[in-house]
Design a protein around this ligand. Structure first.
Ligand code: HAH
Length: 332
């Protein structure tokens, strides 16, 4: 039996508390998820390659299981993601001879995909990450190079939002990206979204992935990013929050457990972050972690092979960590 307060209750007046899940974790973490969280996102199961691995041969089994889990527990569900340069499939960009398709064919295929997928989950999914990670990380260049950009030009972004809106006029549509608090990338994300809004594109929110670590980004940079995005009059969601124990450049692989010092730093950092997020509760409608507890995270083995990570508020046994206790103490 759990005695700690539930995250979803602590933040009930502020924002939803979500977790990314998969068919394994809805079994292994069911009790934790049901107790603390009131929203889920499919970690991989609604990406293009998972849903339509071959043309017109959809596989909905795994995604449907997650949707059923959300229903059973009365949770909200976010959709992730419709257009992304990764976890897509070769066939989408090619004709049957392996040559690149033209722009009309590519847009026709994504429109049909969106009609099918967004249409199918209309009653269950209230918000979609429509376009994921199209901004370039480095330099002045705005859009990252991709097959999308090569074939369709920058238009694919606006068209994809229009198709999603057409498929479900009630869904909230998000642009989602990482390194969102980095000043250079922040300004590019802002500029892209602003120009989409000026073109009348149906876009309702910005997803800040928030793959952060103990040291970066600074609280000041997070705050400035939130204020800048919120100034567009959109709602914001943290869509993939985790707090890695390691700096991005850190390659160490010697730890079997987090040190006391790491757990303490992580507690301070989570406390400060959630205090800050609460200041912006008028703009932030949901905070989703990219997982739920330290027994499973995409950061195990990424980006450093053979290294475990402990980025969440709950440990490998699903017990509250120091970071959880600090948040509760700071908020109530
Ligand atoms: C996110 N990318 C993706 O949005 C999510 O779908 C995936 O499961 C994990 C992380 C973040 C990212 C990346 O994939 C590679 C390098 C940097 C950041």
């Amino acid at each position: 039996m759990r005695t700690e307060a539930a995250l979803k209750d602590i933040f009930a007046d502020d924002f939803r508390i979500g977790a990314a899940v998969n068919p394994l974790t809805i079994r292994t973490q069911e009790e934790l998820l049901a107790y603390h969280f009131n929203s889920i996102t499919a970690e991989n199961e609604m990406k293009f390659a998972s849903l339509q691995p071959e043309e017109e041969a959809y596989s909905f089994d795994a995604a449907d299981q997650l949707v059923a889990f959300a229903r059973r527990h009365g949770m909200a569900m976010r959709g992730h993601t419709l257009v992304w340069h990764n976890q897509s499939t070769g066939w989408l960009f090619e004709d049957r001879h392996g040559n690149p398709v033209d722009k009309a064919t590519l847009l026709g295929r994504i429109r049909s995909h969106i009609q099918t997928v967004v249409g199918r989950y209309k009653d269950d999914i209230y918000a979609w990450d429509v376009v994921n990670e199209v901004i370039a990380d480095e330099g002045d260049r705005m859009l990252r190079s991709s097959k999308w950009l090569d074939i369709a030009g920058p238009d694919f972004i606006a068209r994809t939002f229009e198709y999603a809106h057409e498929a479900d006029p009630n869904a909230l549509l998000f642009y989602n990206d990482y390194n969102e608090s980095n000043p250079g990338k922040r300004d590019k994300i802002y500029t892209l979204v602003k120009s989409l809004l000026e073109q009348g594109v149906p876009l309702h929110g910005i997803g800040l992935q928030a793959h952060w670590n103990l040291f970066d980004p600074s609280l000041d940079d997070i705050r400035t990013a939130i204020e800048k995005y919120a100034s567009l009059g959109l709602q914001l969601q943290l869509t993939e929050l985790d707090m890695s124990m390691f700096r991005f450049e850190d390659k160490r692989t010697d730890l079997a457990e987090p040190t006391e010092e790491m757990l303490e730093l992580q507690a301070e950092r989570y406390e400060a972050v959630f205090k800050l997020l609460r200041e912006y509760r008028e703009s932030i409608s949901s905070v989703t972690f990219w997982g739920a507890a330290d027994d499973y995270t995409w950061l195990d083995d990424f980006p450093v092979r053979g290294r475990k990570n402990w980025p969440f508020l709950f440990d490998g046994q699903h017990h509250p960590k120091p970071a959880f206790d600090r948040i509760v103490k700071a908020i109530k």
